[in-house]
Design a protein around this ligand. Structure first.
Ligand code: AKG
Length: 286
């Protein structure tokens, strides 16, 4: 087996510490069963439910913009998305405002899924997180609540790969059981990264080391080779990270993460509206 890492730290790949995410396609149309499974597992993996043509359009739209910004190695076809020297994640407004990107995550199959899951009308955050992840890059272990916990307690994240994203190209990993780690949820898991009163000790990530959190609280890291069209949904208190992108072809990993809640719940003011304030100066609490 490969040495899977996140932020350079190796996972413990013993079979009781590391394994495969389970699919919930068996209950796809059953809202109550989906909610029960979310309570049990903290995530739902749904294979092949998104529109592949739309994913390809969104991928193409992003890659074209990246090519214009000299972020694609022009020795290769743009569609291959290759760049050996792109290291950092880039999050430009023009990328998240693309028509195909918005269509993919704010309409169609995505919205249909959430209406079944919540059993009511859905509101998506207007802000879309576009992940452009070069070789050697990944995301550390965290709960999403610390970034977006000012509104609905029924907020969920969708992570959408914009191509096949196998483990070697930096797939997402979920720490099974972490949505029930009361001690962690009441401490780190209750901070607000934009509030100096609660955010003294922790930054946004709990740790870069996936084994550290496992040794303190338990759980099993689960991941998979994602295929285009797959969707993974998880709760605000489901610890996750991504694997280091170790593409042997220097392929950039492209994915979107987006957020959804029942439309009649209050929404975190940082992520909605025409120009969301995000983590800017207006978001700060002291
Ligand atoms: O794609 C990644 O590297 C991290 C994604 C993430 O943190 C999220 O979807 O909340």
């Amino acid at each position: 087996m490969k040495q899977w890492t996140s932020c350079g730290y190796q996972f413990n790949t013993h079979s009781d510490r590391f394994g495969e995410l389970r699919s919930s396609n068996d209950i796809l149309k059953d809202g109550r069963a989906l909610r029960d499974r979310m309570k049990e597992d903290g995530y739902l993996l749904l294979r092949g439910i998104l529109d592949k043509d739309l994913i390809l359009k969104a991928r193409h739209e992003l890659l074209l913009k990246m090519a214009v910004n000299n972020q694609i190695d022009d020795d290769y076809l743009i569609g291959e998305g290759v760049n050996p020297s792109l290291k950092t994640e880039i999050d430009r407004t023009s990328y998240r405002e693309g028509r195909a990107v918005r269509q993919l995550v704010h309409q169609g199959k995505m919205t249909e899924f959430y209406e079944i899951f919540f059993g009511k009308k859905v509101q998506a955050f207007d802000f879309i997180w576009v992940r452009i992840v070069g070789v050697g890059v990944s995301t550390g272990c965290h709960y999403d609540w610390v970034y977006m916990g000012r509104g609905s307690k029924n907020l969920h994240t969708s992570w959408t790969p914009l191509a096949n994203v196998p483990k070697v190209e930096g797939s997402l990993a979920i720490l099974r059981g972490s949505h029930k780690f009361g001690g962690l949820i009441n401490t780190y898991g209750s901070i607000d990264v934009d509030d100096d009163k609660t955010n003294k000790k922790y930054g946004g990530w709990y740790t870069q080391n996936p084994v550290e959190v496992q040794e303190k609280f338990g759980g099993k890291w689960l991941t998979t080779d994602f295929k285009m069209g797959d969707l993974i949904v998880f709760s605000m208190h489901t610890m996750h990270c991504s694997l280091d992108n170790k593409s042997t072809n220097n392929r950039i990993r492209l994915s979107l993460d987006t957020r959804y809640q029942p439309a009649d719940d209050e929404a975190d003011e940082r992520w909605i509206g025409g120009t969301p304030i995000a983590h800017g100066a207006e978001a700060k609490r002291r």
